[in-house]
Design a protein around this ligand. Sequence first.
Ligand SMILES: NC(=O)c1ccc[n+]([C@@H]2O[C@H](COP(=O)([O-])OP(=O)(O)OC[C@H]3O[C@@H](n4cnc5c(N)ncnc54)[C@H](OP(=O)(O)O)[C@@H]3O)[C@@H](O)[C@H]2O)c1
Length: 249
Amino acid sequence: MKIDFKGQVALVTGATRGIGKQIAEDLEKAGAKVLLTGTDKTLIEKLNKQAKAKKKKKQYYCVDFTNDSSVSVFLQQIENVPRIDVCVNNAGINNLDFVEDSKEKDWDDILAVNLKGPYLLTRLLARKMKKNRYGRIINISSIMSIVSRPKRSIYSTTKAGIVGFTKAVSNELAGHRILVNAVSPGIIITDLTRKNLTDKERRSLARQIPAGRLGVPSEISSVVLFLASKLNTYLTGKNIVVDGGFIDI
Ligand SMILES: NC(=O)c1ccc[n+]([C@@H]2O[C@H](COP(=O)([O-])OP(=O)(O)OC[C@H]3O[C@@H](n4cnc5c(N)ncnc54)[C@H](OP(=O)(O)O)[C@@H]3O)[C@@H](O)[C@H]2O)c1
């Protein structure tokens, strides 16, 4: 058995850093043509130039899910791609605050990136995938969809929401050979965790994780690649937790 994406097109949002970047690299290595997003226009132009020079099967798009006009340009670009086999809704943000201190703008922004972006892409791609009678959608949620900690009320709302969305959409699409799952990482070493957890907090959390350490992006990517591949034929509507045994479910 081999994971092989030759001849397939895979879209990964938030693929310039962290977990998304790892998933993109692994999909590319496994033969997929990858369509990737980031928010920094200058970086996207640079990455596209590099990809072209190296004759890579790779295209970067600039999209900021908190900006309506940026989103509509991006959706039009994706509409024009004839076939997309795999979509990984990975882009995500988390601004920490106690609920009473939180700002309405944070609510709007976190919902826009973590929930509305995946909804808009799924709506567009469901039509395309149905036409092609094939598709795999993976939504990156979090253990914060199941458990939570202080200052994560908005983030947890979105991550639980995306699991509900995953289940609902999987019911509608399973009959069209389109499988939709969520992956919920535990604590993975990326910019997001470096921003939101101090070294001391990370060390203390590592002691509470049965695996004895935080995870790394490749440990999420390998699960995503299975779900996104043709090896997955019957797993849909699930929230797969990848957390070193951290939470009890
Ligand atoms: N790291 C963890 O421990 C952990 C745990 C559970 C779940 N997750 C989830 O895993 C996913 C990836 O997390 P990560 O740790 O890899 O995060 P990260 O290193 O902070 O990377 C986030 C990615 O999302 C993109 N992004 C940020 N704001 C955006 C916006 N407004 N519009 C569109 N894209 C935007 C970023 O693009 P730019 O580079 O252009 O800013 C970047 O590519 C997220 O959904 C996160 O909630 C992470």
